[in-house]
Design a protein around this ligand. Structure first.
Ligand SMILES: Cc1cc2nc3c(=O)[nH]c(=O)nc-3n(C[C@H](O)[C@H](O)[C@H](O)COP(=O)(O)OP(=O)(O)OC[C@H]3O[C@@H](n4cnc5c(N)ncnc54)[C@H](O)[C@@H]3O)c2cc1C
Length: 388
């Protein structure tokens, strides 16, 4: 274990911290990653493994597009599963189809490819077209296996000259040049704190100023129906209510009214009914959104049932066999999608506060080393978070 200062110390071995460590090495810097757990178990392994690029807009779209290349380079270097598989957005009403057509007109036919009901049914492996109206394919989106990607990247980083990962080491405080840990000080010329929602444990003031909360999400891994075999992420109407690319479209208001009228229970649990296939033939299925400053440990079975029944419906099957359930937690803020805060000379905190850290991670890292990631300074406010 080296005691010499690294060029960069990264706190947190989630995907945001690891993407920065990866890009630091690519820039010829030495890096030490300090992680309290023995392997990644945070938001970065609990999600869908969906780099959701085509549904972003504005600056997040620019960062997401930049991220794409970083993901592919990291996957090639570390040897983890990554697919340029895109995303399929399913339309089951005229309002849903209208939003997709408007996005297609907005972004062009290369970025948003409309699909017929029959084509959508075929991708889903549905026995019949049933209530499908159409769909859209977003080709830029990427898929990884979230259980594999961060651990494989961490293992690769740890093997590189000039890199070290200190597992089982809790950071207790940070000052310029030094990270204080449960196993003694770690020195670095630059320090980057990437601890997601736990920023409030280390630095309560910037976390509170940014209005960071914990968003908890019910997730499950289910057995895939026999005919389902797409690697594309699958999004539905409730997904369209969450992502800016869709909500900016003229028919989004009609879609929101429709979902509120016909599926209020999904709106109530903040549902984003979506799913992704894993290489082992199972499906990651979710999710709900509940916001709090502290995360209750209990999983509400009604919430899980609503999500699983909605997904079974999209797949055109009676019921899905559940193999695992878990709760994911990520940093959320109604005040902005990113927290970038310079805490002291050479000490920066970076949390993704919008639930798209997988999508943005490598793009943020690229901007960090290009010197183009600007701090997001905010004044304190009493503003409440929105649920959907
Ligand atoms: C269910 C779910 C679904 C999601 N779906 C998507 C999706 O489809 N697409 C997408 O882009 N994003 C998605 N996200 C969001 C994405 O997973 C997160 O934004 C991203 O993983 C955040 O990465 P991170 O590195 O900041 O956090 P984490 O992965 O949580 O890593 C933070 C790390 O910091 C460590 N740490 C904390 N405090 C300390 C300390 N004091 N000392 C040392 N180490 C510390 C933690 O142990 C942890 O390993 C989803 C999230 C969830 C939970």
């Amino acid at each position: 274990m080296s005691t010499a200062p690294s060029d960069l110390v990264v706190v947190g071995a989630g995907i945001v911290g690891l993407a920065h460590a990866f890009e630091a090495l690519a820039n010829g810097l030495s890096v030490t990653v300090v992680e309290r757990d023995r392997r990644p178990v945070g938001a970065s392994v609990r999600n869908f493994g969906h780099c959701c690029i085509g549904a972003q807009s504005g600056e997040l779209l620019d960062i997401a597009r930049l991220s794409r290349g970083g993901w592919l380079r990291a996957a090639a270097a570390a040897g983890f599963w990554a697919r340029e598989a895109g995303a399929l957005v399913v339309a089951r009403s005229e309002a849903e189809a209208a939003v997709l057509e408007e996005l297609h007109a907005d972004r062009g036919g290369d970025a948003v490819r409309l699909r017929s009901a029959a084509e959508t049914a075929a991708v889903l492996g549905r026995p019949a077209v049933g209530d499908l109206v159409g769909g859209a394919f977003l080709p830029d989106d990427l898929r990884v296996n979230p259980r594999e990607a961060a651990p494989a990247l961490a293992a690769w980083i740890a093997q590189q000259p000039g890199a070290e990962i200190r597992w089982g080491t809790s950071v207790t405080g940070v000052e310029p040049g030094t990270v204080h840990t449960s196993r003694g000080p770690v020195h670095g010329r630059q320090i980057l704190v990437c601890v997601g929602h736990d920023l409030d444990h280390l630095f309560p003031e910037p976390a509170e100023r940014h209005g960071i909360e914990r968003c908890r999400l019910n997730m499950a891994r289910v057995k895939a129906p026999a005919a389902f075999r797409t690697d594309s992420a699958v999004l539905t109407a409730t997904s369209m209510l969450r992502y800016d690319a869709f909500t900016a479209q003229p028919s989004a208001a009609r879609l929101r009214e429709e979902v509120l009228a016909h599926r209020p229970e999904l709106v109530e649990i903040g549902a984003n009914v979506m799913f992704t296939g894993l290489p082992d033939g199972t499906i990651l299925a979710g999710d709900s959104h509940h916001y709090d400053d502290t995360t209750p440990p209990f999983l509400d079975e009604r919430v899980s049932r609503l999500l699983l029944d909605a997904i079974a419906d999209v797949l055109g099957v009676e019921r899905l066999e559940v193999l695992e359930r878990w709760q994911g937690v990520y940093a959320s803020s109604a005040r902005g999608p990113l927290l970038v805060r310079d805490l002291a000379p050479g000490v920066r905190a970076l949390s993704v506060t919008s639930g798209v850290g997988m999508t943005l991670s490598f793009g943020l890292a690229a901007r960090t080393f290009a010197g183009t990631l600007e701090p997001t300074e905010l004044e304190p406010t009493e503003q409440e978070p929105t649920a959907l």
